[in-house]
Every structure is written in structure tokens, then in C-alpha cells.
Design a protein around this ligand. Structure first.
Ligand SMILES: Cc1ncc(COP(=O)(O)O)c(C=O)c1O
Length: 416
């Protein structure tokens, strides 16, 4: 289904898998959370309730899990990097990963045993910052490769940790290939947040690391009697993060029926494109993957993530950048007494999409297909803050990437 006025494409997923990903179980998530709690900077990130926005849009509730507060790094990504790097170190040291402790792995004793370790990764920014920060905490070294056009602020955030940052003239996927080659040439440890044939162990650990985000969110909802979400927006790059969250949810009978909507920018919609083909296989997209949602600018799906997304997602959406820009403006300028949330391009797209679905009569058929109504309880993961501060201000102050036509907003679905 697509909308003619709004540049939005939607596929409702006809398939429902039965092989649940056991590596993303609640039990595994508990082990991961126990590890994250050994990191000094660990704190659960806040879960905000946007009552005024929910009322305005005509849904029951909107919850935003704000990962911009994660470890003070402005994005969720270090959840994966820390866990995978700790697992790599345990393997190096021949240590059991039972009771794995970040403090101990950062100790001088461990450094003396391992000697210097170099981690390498390719990144659009957030993953690299997570890996660089983790290496700094561990007293080890990181080398980070970035695609052409990466915002200066994202590069600076990596350099600030003392890591090496190299901006290539390649797109994201070719930058990953370069990092893989450098890892092989130098015997460095590749900590990549995507999997391919022959490279699945580390990315599976990265994905397990991401589960802390949804484990906390579900706990926060339960502890505060906030009800169970009916819908969840999952913005996707290579698909590791959305698949980790979805895998966790489908493993629990209480949450397996939450409708997970996978969202990507048109120019990097590799998950959507794979769904279009209906042969169950991955179908990459090529080109410069241009979008303001830099975290989602990936053309090749993660091998192990795709199977989960294919089998358990409710819908796949591909859209234009203005959906994300609108979400940034809305979260930064809240309705009524709702809390203000600083949300970057990739973090805000779910709210932007929800708002237009609920407000624009032209999108009513899509809204209905996705099952949104006044009983909907919507969970959104704000996966990053203003990681590109210049673009953030261009969008929020100057209205960059505004809607494609100028029209006063009408709130047709507003509850009176
Ligand atoms: C802020 C943000 N959100 C979402 C994603 C998507 O994660 P994945 O590439 O695992 O699909 C990324 C990836 O870098 C990101 O940086």
C-alpha cells in the first residue's frame, strides 16, 4: 500500500514464523542486564508518557523510551558494544563469561594479562561512539571507520575518547567491508553491529546487548501499571536493533502479539526491499543511501536479523525524511505538560510517522491497516538525541525538511 500525497510505502507482513530466536530470550536478557549493571555509568533510561500528545493524536497512550540518556552517550548503541567487547575479552582471556564484570575487565590485572587489544568497527556514528567509549573504559584501543559525509560532530565524539577515527570516501556498507579487511590484516577484533556469512557470533552478542533497552521498558511499564503496548515502532538500519527487540518480545507470550512496525528511509530501505521480493531472502539496496536518518543509512540487512524481522514483524514501512524531521520538532516542542525530549533524526521517525497517520485523512486507510485507533498504546524508542547538533537546529529552529506541502494541520481524530 502507498500514499500518493505522502511519500509513504507500507507492507503488512503476511507471514508469521514459529522458530523463535532463543538467543534473545528473557533469560538471556537477564544475563545481559546483570552485566550492564556492572558498568559504573549504568542507569536505566527514562520511559516518558506523552499524555497530551496521545490525546491530540487520538490514541490511548504514547510511551517514549529515551535512549539519548544511555551512558551519557546520546544513543543506545553502547548497549551492544559493551556486551560484545566484554564477551570477546572473556574469550581472549579464557575466562568464563558467567558473572562477567565490566569493572574487572577494565582492571590493570586484565590489561596485564591480555596486553593491548585493538577493537575496530565501521559506523555511521553511534555504533562507533559506543565501541570507542567502551574501549576507553576498558583501557584498550579502538579504530573507527566512517562513511563519507559523516557529520563532524559525530566524528569528534569518537575522537574525544582517544580513539582513531577515519572518514572514508565510501558508503556505509563498503566502509564495513574496509573495516573487515583492516581487522584481518592487523589481527584486530572486529566489533560490527551486523552479521554476514561467516561473521555471526559477535553481532549476535551485539544484538543481545540491545535487549536491555526493551527489558527495562517492559519492566517500567509493568512496575507503573501502564498497560501493555499494542504497537511499537522500530527504526531499522541493518536490522540488528529492531530484530533484537522483536526477538525478545516474541519469546514472551505476554508480548508476542505487539504489532512491531519496521521503519526505514526510502533511500536505505533494505528490509522493506527484502520484504517486497517475497522470496524470504535479503535484498540489499545500493547507492549513496542518502537520508538525514544517518543511523538508518545502511543498504545490507544483517543476516541473522533479517530472519527475525521477516518472520515476526507486523509491517514494513519506507518513508521520506520529513517524517523524521516532524518527529524531532514534535518531541522537542511538546504538547501541554508533556516532557520535552531531544530526539535526533533516527530516533524521532516513529513519532513523526504516528502523528501523520493519525492526523492526515489521506492516510486513514494506512492507519486502519496498521490497526491504530483510540485504544492503541504506542511505544517508541528514541534511539538517539541530537547526535548531529547542527542538523538538529536546522530542523527544529528553521523547519528544514518540512512537509511537502503547506497546509494548516487539522486534528480530525482528536478526542473531544
Ligand atoms: C539512532 C539509531 N537508531 C536506530 C538504528 C538502527 O539500528 P540497526 O542498524 O541495528 O537496525 C541505529 C543504527 O546505527 C541508530 O544509530
Amino acid at each position: 500500500m502507498s500514499s500518493s500525497i505522502y511519500d509513504l510505502k507500507v507492507i503488512i507482513n503476511p507471514s508469521r514464523g514459529f522458530k523463535k530466536p532463543s538467543f534473545l530470550s528473557r533469560q538471556e536478557a537477564e544475563t545481559v542486564l546483570k552485566f550492564h549493571k556492572t558498568i559504573e555509568a549504568y542507569q536505566p533510561t527514562p520511559l516518558f508518557t506523552l499524555n497530551n500528545l496521545a490525546e491530540r493524536l487520538g490514541v490511548e497512550c504514547i510511551y517514549v523510551k529515551d535512549e539519548s540518556k544511555r551512558f551519557g552517550l546520546n544513543a543506545f548503541k553502547a548497549l551492544g558494544g559493551t556486551y560484545a567487547m566484554a564477551k570477546v575479552m572473556c574469550r581472549e582471556l579464557g575466562l568464563s563469561d558467567d558473572g562477567m564484570d565490566f569493572g574487572y575487565l577494565s582492571s590493570r590485572e586484565v590489561r596485564e594479562r591480555t596486553g593491548p587489544i585493538t577493537f575496530i568497527t565501521a559506523t555511521d556514528g553511534n555504533n562507533g561512539r559506543g565501541v570507542a567509549w567502551s574501549a576507553q573504559q576498558l583501557g584498550q584501543k579502538a579504530v573507527v571507520y566512517l562513511p563519507r559525509g559523516t557529520a563532524g560532530a559525530r566524528v569528534d565524539a569518537i575522537l574525544e575518547t582517544g580513539s582513531e577515527a577515519v572518514v572514508t570516501d565510501l558508503n556505509y556498507d563498503n566502509t564495513v567491508r574496509l573495516a573487515m579487511k583492516k581487522a584481518e590484516e592487523n589481527s584486530w577484533h572486529l566489533v560490527q553491529d551486523s552479521a554476514w556469512e561467516g561473521y555471526t557470533e559477535v553481532p549476535a552478542w551485539v544484538m543481545q546487548g540491545y535487549m536491555t533497552m526493551i527489558y527495562e521498558a517492559m519492566d517500567q511499564l509493568k512496575a507503573n501499571n501502564l498497560g501493555r503496548p499494542t504497537h511499537l515502532f522500530l527504526q531499522s538500519g541493518v536490522g540488528s536493533m529492531p530484530a533484537a527487540i522483536l526477538g525478545y518480545l516474541v519469546n514472551d507470550p505476554e508480548t508476542e502479539n505487539i504489532k512491531s512496525i519496521i521503519v526505514e528511509p526510502h533511500n536505505a530501505a533494505c528490509i522493506y526491499n527484502s520484504a517486497v521480493h517475497k522470496d524470504g531472502k535479503r535484498h540489499p539496496v545500493k547507492g549513496d543511501l542518502r537520508t538525514i536518518m544517518a543511523g538508518l543509512a545502511c543498504g545490507e540487512p544483517n543476516l541473522i536479523a533479517w530472519d527475525i524481522l521477516r518472520d515476526f514483524s507486523y509491517a514494513f514501512v519506507s518513508l521520506e525524511d520529513y517524517f523524521a524531521a516532524r518527529g524531532m520538532r514534535m518531541l522537542g516542542n511538546p504538547a501541554g505538560k508533556d516532557p520535552r525530549i531531544i530526539s535526533g533524526e533516527s530516533g524521532a521517525v516513529g513519532i513523526g510517522l504516528l502523528s501523520l497517520l493519525m492526523e492526515k485523512p489521506e492516510l486513514t486507510p494506512v492507519k486502519e491497516q496498521l490497526g491504530f485507533d483510540d485504544n492503541s498504546i504506542v511505544l517508541v524508542l528514541n534511539t538517539e538525541g541530537d547526535t548531529d547538533p547542527d542538523n538538529y537546529l536546522d530542523v527544529v529552529w528553521d523547519g528544514k525538511y518540512s512537509l511537502p506541502f503547506n497546509r494548516a494541520l487539522t486534528y480530525h481524530l482528536k478526542r473531544s
